[in-house]
Design a protein around this ligand. Structure first.
Ligand code: ADP
Length: 464
């Protein structure tokens, strides 16, 4: 947009305006030379601008001001105005050169920045979130008032050392958070849950932190900004839920064992009486009891995992033999599927055979469950750098990329309308991941929606 330009005589009286002025103001020459910009300046800006102009005139210095000017359509826009004295060789003022630049866009940007900062502040306040800004190169951290409130400490404005904040950490979490922060700088992202000890009442509180690195122009992460909020209530509820699952599944085990024994006893009685129908029903009942026992076992595992009580019974075994055995047990699952096993040449492995078998079963039954149209389920084992990689590939529905890591979370199930029809609790992979990481191995998935998934784990030959 071209600038508005005008000139004044030595006394400050306007005597020329450019085309843009006439277009913008809608005034003609006669009206314009009377008052000049004062004819269309906003009432709220008139007094201050006039004062500045009078001062410039009397001292012969540059006039600078921001004001709104009325457009011919009645709307006002922000301008930055400048009027420079023109002097002759003797320093006498001979006239003035004025210009007004449209700063409406700039003003709008300033306003929306102010609004978004305000919105940000309100959001943090209402969510009781603390916010922090960590200068990684200087090792200093600046935090807002809520952050200090969460720590139960007096707000101290300005930059503090990182150690100032780390000292609030619970001793059991100190080293972990320290290491996580180091890693966060490399990865550019930080998410963690840890305990702090409040300064005012020594209460232990759980905090959740999310942060992102802000890179400079050389793409180096020099700053990290993040938020922190209290999740103590959620943690308490999770604890209660874990306790409940633990107790309930434990209590269910005893009656289930009795039902199984009675079912087997009754089955024998029906056999003696040559009652084929009775035997059939009892075998079905026995099979269903096995299913419930397996589910209860899984629930008990999650409870044990939450309490860190899942123990491993390590022994030496042949992985290929184990896979064969699991496959035999699973044959009944897979009528429309082709379960194909391609074993690799492996050494014997030291691990918890039952638990690893559980992981393989989970992979294969998921592969069958989530490929409802059937197709090949390919199981492979191979020797890779000091360990074994086992993978199970299906040609089923696949998993969207953003959910692939989440399937290993507790109680997570991909929620699309199709998946809801497959029964499950979303804990199989959670337990599998825990079993594998306990063995110092790793677990993962590669998948494409509509094409299939490949779940795999790596297990070191010796995890001790
Ligand atoms: P569950 O099968 O009992 O729901 P899992 O923990 O074994 O629990 O699996 C978690 C979720 O991961 C499943 O609900 C499903 O959405 C997804 N998933 C697992 N395996 C596959 C697979 N082979 N193909 C597609 N989705 C899968």
């Amino acid at each position: 947009m071209p600038q508005i330009i005008w000139t004044n005589d030595a006394n400050g009286k306007p005597n020329f305006f450019n085309e843009r002025w006439y277009k913008y103001s809608g005034l003609d020459f006669k009206d314009s030379i009377g008052l000049g910009w004062e004819a269309i300046v906003h009432a709220d800006d008139a007094a201050s601008s006039r004062e500045l102009w009078q001062k410039a005139l009397s001292t012969g210095t540059i006039f600078d001001a921001e004001y709104r000017l009325r457009c011919h359509d009645g709307n006002y826009c922000w301008f930055i105005g400048r009027n420079v004295p023109l002097k002759d060789d003797n320093g006498r003022i001979t006239g003035w050169f004025g210009s007004a630049t449209d700063i409406e866009e700039l003003k709008k940007a300033e306003e929306s920045l102010r609004l978004s900062e305000e919105l940000n502040r309100i959001a943090l306040l209402s969510a009781e979130m603390g916010a922090w800004d960590w200068d990684v190169t200087q090792g200093t951290l600046e935090a807002n008032e809520q952050y200090f409130q969460l720590l139960g400490a007096m707000a101290e404005p300005g930059k503090k050392s990182l150690d100032f904040f780390l000292k609030f950490l619970h001793t059991d979490d100190y080293q972990r958070v320290h290491d996580e922060l180091k890693k966060a700088i490399e990865e550019g992202i930080y998410h963690s849950e840890f305990r702090i000890v409040r300064a005012d009442n020594q209460q232990v509180k759980w905090m959740n932190v999310y942060a992102r690195a802000v890179a400079n122009e050389n793409n180096a992460a020099t700053r990290m900004i993040g938020v922190m909020y209290d999740i103590t209530a959620r943690k308490k509820m999770e604890q209660q839920k874990d306790d409940f699952i633990g107790i309930a599944s434990h209590e269910l085990k005893t009656p289930l064992t009795s039902i199984k024994i009675y079912a087997q006893l009754l089955c024998e009685i029906f056999k003696e009486k040559n009652d084929a129908m009775g035997v059939g029903y009892m075998q079905k009942l026995d099979g269903q009891v096995d299913r419930i026992t397996e589910l209860v076992g899984r629930l008990l595992d999650t409870a044990k995992l939450a309490e860190g009580q899942l123990t491993l019974e390590v022994q030496q075994f042949d992985m290929n033999e184990l896979i064969e055995r699991q496959l035999k047990d699973l044959q009944h699952l897979s009528r429309p599927h082709d379960l194909v096993f391609k074993p690799g040449k492996l050494e014997k492995v030291n691990a918890d055979k039952e638990r690893i078998g559980q992981v393989i079963t989970n992979f294969i039954s998921n592969a069958v469950k989530y490929s409802p149209k059937g197709g090949e389920v390919l199981i492979t084992s191979e020797d890779v750098e000091g360990g074994i990689k086992v993978s199970v590939r299906d040609v089923g529905m696949g998993i969207p990329p953003e959910l692939q890591e989440k399937v290993f979370d507790r109680f997570f199930r991909v929620s699309n309308p199709g998946v809801k029809t497959f029964p499950g609790m979303g804990i199989g992979l959670y337990i599998a991941q825990n079993i594998i990481t306990r063995h110092k191995g790793s677990i993962g998935v590669e998948s494409k929606v509509g094409e299939g998934s490949e779940f795999y784990f790596f297990l070191p030959y010796d995890s001790k």
